[in-house]
Structure formats: structure tokens, C-alpha cells
Design a binder for this molecule. Structure first.
Ligand code: IPM
Ligand code: MN
Length: 368
């Protein structure tokens, strides 16, 4: 049997990105060794460091390397040094949005997982989430108001200024994200809640009709419900576990997934996958995998950042882009058991003695 090769691009980025990426690569190397596959990756600049070294947050060479690979393992980008740039040139926006568009990364899958042992990390009261949180938020990522045209500013004859963004969705875009939600729900509680604003927005009326028809035809056994986005924001804070899989359009998903992040406690624990429309050489979607937290400039370079989100993002990469679900599950349970056992970085210490990034990584490795 030939050993499958996982060819991916590593984009560590700024702040804590490079430190936690090192942890993820150590975990991947160990998993490859024990589970009999090999790794083939190259590392490239993205974000602020790319602005410093190449004058742009997303150099052509970085894009080209991503195009040659089957997946992208992304760290995090941005920081105080680049905050004064015009919005369109800032590392986050100038790196992530074009990558999403270029590789048609239309489905952002964010697990909202809070272990029962870490319930104190959540701002929600313990009685609302006695057993932690286990939901998934799926966000449409390449359509809607972030990308719709026209998108412009103009001066009116009377001197006032006017700005326009356009929210637009087509049925095929809605159906493909609905399919991701259904497939995800099938591996979980088989319940999907579609979030929209169909009492006001025309795009939402089309969204709701399309989703309803699509599930009736393709996934009649999955329980589908609908919720308005304002109510969904409230329900997430009130009783997050009423949801199994939440899915919604781009801007609503941007907001709800951050809300989900905060109720799940430490951003240092949250991974995400942005899945592409095209298949890679393994017959799985290309994808970009990144932790949900930012660059954490305040602790960058100190060796104390929580590497779990980056490690869990690497696990998602193995599952979604390389079909190595069993290995991904082993990594996920190694992370869970390690954190449960009380080996934790400062952000999730809660009375345990905080350990370094490297020590937490070592503890995870020892369980693999
Ligand atoms: C995210 C980020 C991006 C977004 C920004 C950087 C454009 O906040 O992944 O949610 O809002 O889409
Ligand atoms: Mn966002």
C-alpha cells in the first residue's frame, strides 16, 4: 500500500501564529508517523509579515503555493503594527477575503465546542450549560453583502455622500451551503436550524424557500427548522445547546459565529474550516483551516499561547481535505484528554498551574 501524502501550504502569519503553528506541525508529524501517511508542506508569508517583506498581505508566490497544494493551514494575521493602514490593505481583510474568493472557500464550518471541564471559561452561567456546549455554526463565506456588486461610494449632486453594499444570493449558492449543513448534521444530531431575516429581506425569502425545498427533496430525514437572526442571537446566549447545526448567510454567520466563540470560552480552543467548491487530488474539498482566535499580540513571542485551536484546525484539515477522519478524531481526543487532565495554558488554567505552549504540546504528543 502506498502511503498517502498530505500536501499543504503552511501560512503561520503574525503574532502567536508562528508559535502555535509549530505545535500543530509537531502534532501532524507524530500523527503521520503513527498512522502511516506522509506530509509535504512549504511555509509562506501572509498578513503583516508579508506586508513587511513583500509589500502586500497576500503575495502572488503565496497564492501560487496554495494553488499547488491540497489544503491551506493558516495561523492568524494582523497586529498593532499594521492597524493604521487603510481598511482594504489591513492584513485580515487583504489576506483572507481574496483567499476565500480565489479558492471559492464557500463554507465556513466552526465547531462551537466547550468541554464540561472548561465551563468556567464561558461568560454564560453554569446552569445554562451544565455539560458544556457542542454545536456547529456553518457560515456561507463567498456570497452575500461582503462580495455583492455594486459596492461603491458616490457624491450626490447636493453634496451628501452615499454608500452602497449589495446583498445578493442565487439558488445554487444557497443549495451548496445547505448541503454542507445537512452532511454535517448527519454526523451529529441530525438537526439543522437555518437562520435568516425572511420577515424583511428578499434574499432571505429566497434563502428560506430554497433551503426548505432542498431539504425536502434531498434530506427529508434531517429535522429542519428556521429562525430569524435577531432571535437566533438571543437564543444562542440563552440556551446554545438547543441548536445542533446552525447555518446562515455570510454576514449573519460572521456575527453569530463570533457570538458562539465567546460563549464557548477561550478562543484558544476554537478551530475552523473553510471548505472550497473544488476537489483536491484526494477527491476531497480544498480548504483553509484556521484557529478562530486572533494574533494575541499581548502574549506573542512569550511561548504561553494556547496551541489547541491550531492543533484542532490541523485535525479538521486531515478530516475534510485528506479523508483522515480517524486520525483527526485521535488528535481531538488527545487534546480533550490533555486539557481534562489539567495540563493547560493560562487562558484556560482555572486554578491549575499554567504551562507553556511547548509543554501543552508535549502533553498532547504523549497521548498520540
Ligand atoms: C472572520 C473575519 C473576517 C470576516 C474579516 C477579517 C474580514 O473576521 O473570519 O470572521 O469577518 O469575514
Ligand atoms: Mn468576523
Amino acid at each position: 500500500m502506498t502511503r498517502p501524502t498530505c500536501k499543504f501550504t503552511v501560512l503561520p502569519g503574525d503574532g502567536i501564529g508562528p508559535e502555535v503553528m509549530e505545535s500543530a506541525l509537531r502534532v501532524l508529524a507524530r500523527a503521520a508517523e503513527t498512522d502511516g501517511f506522509s506530509l509535504d508542506y512549504s511555509t509562506h508569508d501572509v498578513g503583516g509579515i508579508a506586508i513587511d517583506n513583500h509589500g502586500t498581505a497576500l503575495p502572488e508566490a503565496t497564492v501560487e503555493a496554495c494553488a499547488q497544494a491540497d489544503a491551506i493551514l493558516f495561523g492568524s494575521v494582523g497586529g498593532p503594527k499594521w492597524e493604521r493602514l487603510p481598511p482594504a490593505e489591513q492584513p485580515e481583510r487583504a489576506a483572507l477575503l481574496p483567499l476565500r474568493k480565489r479558492f471559492e472557500l464557500f463554507a465556513n464550518v466552526r465547531p462551537g465546542l466547550l468541554y464540561p471541564e472548561l465551563v468556567d471559561a464561558s461568560p454564560l452561567k453554569r446552569e445554562r450549560i451544565p455539560h458544556g456546549i457542542d454545536i456547529v455554526c456553518i457560515r456561507e463565506l463567498t456570497g452575500g453583502i461582503y462580495f455583492g456588486q455594486p459596492k461603491e461610494r458616490r457624491r450626490l449632486p447636493d453634496g451628501r455622500e452615499e454608500a452602497i453594499d449589495t446583498m445578493v444570493y442565487r439558488t445554487d449558492e444557497i443549495e451548496r451551503i445547505a448541503e454542507v449543513a445537512a452532511v454535517t448534521a448527519r454526523t451529529r444530531g441530525k438537526r439543522v436550524c437555518s437562520v435568516d431575516k425572511a420577515n424583511v429581506l428578499t434574499t432571505s425569502v429566497l434563502w428560506r424557500e430554497t433551503v426548505t425545498r432542498f431539504f425536502a427533496e434531498k434530506h427529508p430525514d434531517i429535522a429542519l427548522s428556521h429562525m430569524y437572526v435577531d432571535n437566533a442571537a438571543m437564543q444562542l446566549a440563552r440556551d446554545p445547546n438547543q441548536f445542533d447545526v446552525l447555518f446562515t448567510e455570510n454576514m449573519f454567520g460572521d456575527i453569530l459565529s463570533d457570538e458562539m466563540g465567546v460563549i464557548c470560552g477561550s478562543l484558544g480552543m476554537l478551530a475552523s474550516a473553510s471548505l472550497g467548491a473544488a476537489d483536491n487530488r484526494h477527491g476531497h474539498p480544498v480548504g483553509l483551516y484556521e484557529p478562530a482566535g486572533g494574533t494575541a499580540p499581548d502574549i506573542a513571542g512569550k511561548g504561553v499561547a494556547n496551541p489547541c485551536a491550531q492543533i484542532l484546525s490541523a485535525a479538521l484539515m486531515l478530516r475534510h481535505s485528506f479523508g483522515l477522519g480517524a486520525t483527526a478524531a485521535r488528535i481531538e481526543s488527545a487534546v480533550r484528554e490533555t486539557v481534562k487532565s489539567g495540563v493547560r495554558t493560562g487562558d484556560i488554567a482555572f486554578g491549575t498551574e499554567p504551562v507553556s505552549t511547548a509543554a501543552l504540546t508535549d502533553a498532547i504528543l504523549s497521548r498520540l
